[in-house]
Design a protein around this ligand. Sequence first.
Ligand SMILES: CC(=O)N[C@H]1[C@@H](OP(=O)(O)OP(=O)(O)OC[C@H]2O[C@@H](n3ccc(=O)[nH]c3=O)[C@H](O)[C@@H]2O)O[C@H](CO)[C@@H](O)[C@@H]1O
Ligand SMILES: C=C(OP(=O)(O)O)C(=O)O
Length: 421
Amino acid sequence: MDNIKVRGGTPLRGTLRVSGAKNAALPILCSALLADGEHVFRNVPDLRDIVTTAKLLEHMGLEVDVNPPVVTVRAKPVLEPDAPYELVKQMRASVLVLGPLVARYGRARVSLPGGCAIGARPIDQHLKGLEAMGAEIDLSHGYVNVTVPSGRLKGAEIHLDIPTVTGTENLMCAAVLAKGRTRLANAAREPEVEELACVLNKMGASVEGAGTDVITIEGKDELHPVDHAIIADRIEAGTYMVGAAVTGGNVLLEGITFDHIEALCAKMRSAGIVVEREAGGIRVVGRPPFKPVDVTTEPHPGFPTDMQAQFMLLMCMANGSSVITETIFENRFMHVPELVRMGARIDIRGRSAFVHGPSKLQGARVMATDLRASASLVLAGLVADGETEVLRVYHIDRGYERIEEKLRALGADIERVKGSA
Ligand SMILES: CC(=O)N[C@H]1[C@@H](OP(=O)(O)OP(=O)(O)OC[C@H]2O[C@@H](n3ccc(=O)[nH]c3=O)[C@H](O)[C@@H]2O)O[C@H](CO)[C@@H](O)[C@@H]1O
Ligand SMILES: C=C(OP(=O)(O)O)C(=O)O
């Protein structure tokens, strides 16, 4: 497995083009199951999760050419509507094939994704929605087996208990080919949900209200393939924004939509960081130490949980104490013990982390077991004294396109060590 070595102390400077959004690309690639023919997806990031999704679609008999930033999917009727454990265990988001498969084929067999490092992550809301649309669910031997006795889902009124992102996406995909109207209330409002709705509408679906908490879908008999360029990744952008700030750098991030990261920008500004909208992007200029700022993660448009670990690092560079509260996932503080090993002072009490800054971080060998925790440790390495080695970058490669190359282009002293322990 590869490791990343970083030597701290160089401010990030320059211009960075933000890649396409992982969390938009994954449901969009799965949505190709809804319409036979050739789909062309552009601005797709070069990530391990994209390769896993391609393997999943190929397993079902679709032809997928992954040539990032372009992915071409030649969709045809699937051999078996089945997502096996071997692929789902590599990527929870594999569950995103469930909605399209049930909508199109009236049945699906998908390995239960189970928990992961950040929490239990059940899919009860996805299943509750499918049941309301006439599906029968059977959980056995680690798989969810869904069948629609009538052969076709029917529109329904669904009120989600939680505005789940992939749950909303699965149910939207299920509803576009259902008979009649579906009303999805307490829906997730994330930009990636809006982006999927845009693609479904391009396919000929009728989806209204995505981006609000009520989405209405009129089912159609058939959809057609699309050519679509995917939005920029707000979490990748946010990660480099934090990188620019903590290193006392000056970076222009190109391609990102300000509205998608407004909550992060507001918190960074409250911390005393310059965040300016410029033609074509957002400029971040940081000069630590920062002002301490409390943050609570919330569904969009609140502060994103996927930026919590990186923001905590920022608060390690603040003059005073801040409280970071995680409300979305029950176990998303795995970066804390590793940051503490690097010299940060952070106590966890329940769902909150109390960060006492400023800390002078020291390079160390560190390991993290999830994507954003790993990213925060790479950023910590950029400001630490001496060398930091982040082990098992396997997680980073799921969600950051060539992170070491992008950081090196901004002046960082960083390298990937292939096949290390
Ligand atoms: C591929 C993708 O887009 N991943 C994102 C998506 O994950 P994902 O869609 O898995 O996250 P959800 O929005 O579903 O999860 C939010 C919370 O709801 C709970 N829950 C969810 C579904 C359900 O049926 N029952 C239930 O209890 C989860 O355990 C979690 O505590 O949104 C998360 C929250 O913004 C992000 O961190 C992930 O990066
Ligand atoms: C938690 C994340 O992804 P996933 O839902 O794919 O695990 C993430 O992108 O931070």
